[in-house]
Structures are given as C-alpha cells and as structure tokens.
Write a protein of this length. Structure first.
Length: 362
C-alpha cells in the first residue's frame, strides 16, 4: 500500500511539473512576441520620424511659401492699383517738393500675411515663422538724361535719384530652404541664397515710336518708380511672428518728374538707368529682357553693366554707415556705338506709398 501511494504521488508531482513547464513556455513566447511587436512598432515610428515626417514638413513649408508669394504679389497688385488712381488725381504734389502733398486723397488698403506655416495635425504642430520688414534693405534708382546737341548756356541734362525703399519677407523655416521675397521699386524678387530671380516686373517700358519721321528706329521710354515712404533717418519697421499679421498700405502721392513732350525741340541723346540693390542679378536679367522684348541687341544697341566701378552713398547713412550697394545699369543707346536706334520720348514719374506692418489679420 505504501509503495502504491508513493508511486501515485510521484505521478502527480511529475504531472504538475509538466503543466508548470508548459505554462512557463507559453508565457515566455507571449513576452517574446510582445517584445517583437513593440520592436516593429518602434522601428516603423523611427523610420517615419527620420524619413517621412521631414519630407511632409518640408512639403508643408513649401506650400506655405507659396502662400507668402501670393501675399507679396497682392502687395504689388495693390500698389499698382494705387499708382493708377493717384495718377488720375489733379492734386498731385509738385516734383520739387521733398515730401508728399497733404491735399492728395489717401488710399488705404490692408494686405493680410500668414507669417507661420508648415504645421501638421497630430504629427508636428510647431509652425515655421517669418519676419516682415519695411525699408530694412536699401534700393535706390538713379536716372540720367543727356540731350543731343545741348545749348552751352543751358545744357539741359537731367538727373534724378530716388530712394525707393523695400518691403521684405524673410522666412525662418525648419525644413524647407529659407527664402527672402522683396518688393522694391515695383518689382517682386525672390532670393534663396544663390541667385535672385524677378517674379513680377516693375513699371519700366520701352516701346517703339509709331511715327516714321526718323530714319533711325526711335523708342519711347516710360518709368514709374515706387517709393516706400520713410522719414529721414527713421529706423525700419519690422515684425516677426508665426501667426497672422497685416501690412497697411497708404497711397499718398503721385509725382510726374520728367516729360520730354513738354520740352519743345529737345532731342534726347542718351538715357542711363541705374538700380542700386542687393539683388543685382534679378535686375540684370530684367534689363536684358527689356532690351530683347524691344528688339534691341544688347551687344550693340544697349549697354547693361552690373557692378561697374562706381559707388553710391547709402540712402540712410545712420543705418548703413559703411555699406557699398551693388548695382546694375542700363544705358541706351550704347555710348560710342553706330547703332541706328535712339530715344524719342521719355516720361518719368514716382508713386509714393507708406507701408506699416501690424499684428493681426485685418
């Protein structure tokens, strides 16, 4: 009897040990499976964070920069519209006055700017940011006119220097390449470090004269400069944000500077147009386009000279005490040339606009 009881207890003990080992192996397999599953999940998350999310964020910031380009294009469009309205006003101030006329009716328009972007729901809620500044960068245009066969007592040379100023958006992206978009003298310019490109063109026109009274080909030239008004030595206005802001535009004056049609008997010899800017590449390409569109040959008819041996004093010496400003110039017709193309008429005007950045979308 004792032997039977011992044999039975041994069998029970062996059975319980088998059950224990079976349960232990099952738990180990479950733990290993959970660890492997977590490893797969973490691998997928890591791969997504390293490779996909930066691409998604870059695409989102690229899309936001497209919105900013549209906002800056809206600024140009509004200023162009102001130029047309102000030019039709009979109360424009005298060209000899250094300040805008208070009698001219002022046009006020606000342009909204979405300063920050590139955020993605549930993935990356942090926005990129940007800064909107007025007259932080310098842009100056010089116009020189030489008459043909001038009177020694009254040479008739004309020159004008216009401090155009700028409206600039500087991006502060986290993934996409930073871009600077600048409105200067009626042009919209994109700069992302390597070379600047003119996206929208200023109001500078060369058109062929319609009459045939000359044996040579003659051109009429129209130049409407845009000056972003600023009091002398005033600091630039700037705002940085990743939320919304607005730019308040006030069209305050239009000035006719020069009209060759009102100068009876004047024969124009040469025009030299120079733009002092931090974006000379864009202006050089634009001048070449102007010459080509007017059926001129840059090699023989016109002279386009970037960064020649010349220096202009900064428009605001307190802000730019030692700044040498790059420039590009267009001379037509080209000096010492036997070209058969020349000037017939020249009209120069200036639109004065005040720009003020502010908080909030208006």
């Amino acid at each position: 009897m004792g032997l039977k009881k011992m044999s039975k207890s041994n069998r029970d003990k062996t059975g319980s040990e088998k059950k224990f080992f079976v349960n232990s192996e099952s738990a180990t397999a479950t733990a290993i499976g959970a660890v492997l599953l977590l490893g797969i999940i973490f691998s997928v998350l890591t791969f997504t964070c390293v490779f996909y999310i930066p691409e998604w964020k870059s695409d989102a910031e690229y899309s936001h920069m497209g919105d900013i380009c549209e906002d800056m294009a809206e600024v140009k469009s509004k200023i162009d519209m102001m130029s047309i309205v102000l030019a039709s006003s009979p109360n424009s101030s005298s060209p000899n006055s250094p300040y805008p006329s208070s009698s001219v009716p002022q046009l006020i328009i606000s342009v909204p700017f979405h300063m920050g972007g590139g955020d993605l729901p549930l993935i990356g809620s942090i926005k990129s940011s940007g800064s909107l500044s007025v007259n932080r960068e310098s842009c100056t245009m010089s116009i020189e006119v030489e008459p043909k066969d001038p009177d020694p007592k009254n040479p008739g040379n004309y020159s004008q220097l216009i401090n155009c100023g700028t409206i600039t958006y500087n991006s502060h992206n986290r993934y996409y390449v930073d871009q600077n978009i600048s409105y200067e003298n009626g042009a919209l310019i994109l700069d992302q470090g390597e070379q600047s490109v003119m996206m929208l063109y200023p109001s500078i026109r060369f058109s062929r004269a319609l009459d045939n009274e000359y044996s040579d080909t003659k051109y009429n030239v129209s130049i409407n400069a845009v000056r972003i008004f600023q009091k002398p030595y005033a600091p630039p206005q700037a705002i940085s944000s990743n939320a919304g802001c607005s730019l308040r535009l006030t069209g305050i004056d239009y000035r006719p500077w020069y009209d060759s049609n009102k100068k009876v008997g004047e024969n124009l010899e040469r025009l030299k147009l120079t733009v002092y800017t931090k974006n000379p590449d864009a202006w050089e390409q634009y001048f070449k386009k102007v010459a080509t569109d007017a059926n001129m040959r840059v090699a023989t008819d016109a002279n386009i000279d970037p960064n020649a041996d010349c220096y202009i004093e900064p428009w605001n010496p307190k802000l730019y005490p030692d700044a040498e400003i790059p420039f590009v110039s267009l001379t037509f017709p080209k000096e010492n040339s036997d070209t058969k193309k020349g000037l017939k008429g020249l009209y120069i005007s200036e639109t004065v606009v005040k720009a003020e950045p502010g908080i909030g979308l208006n």
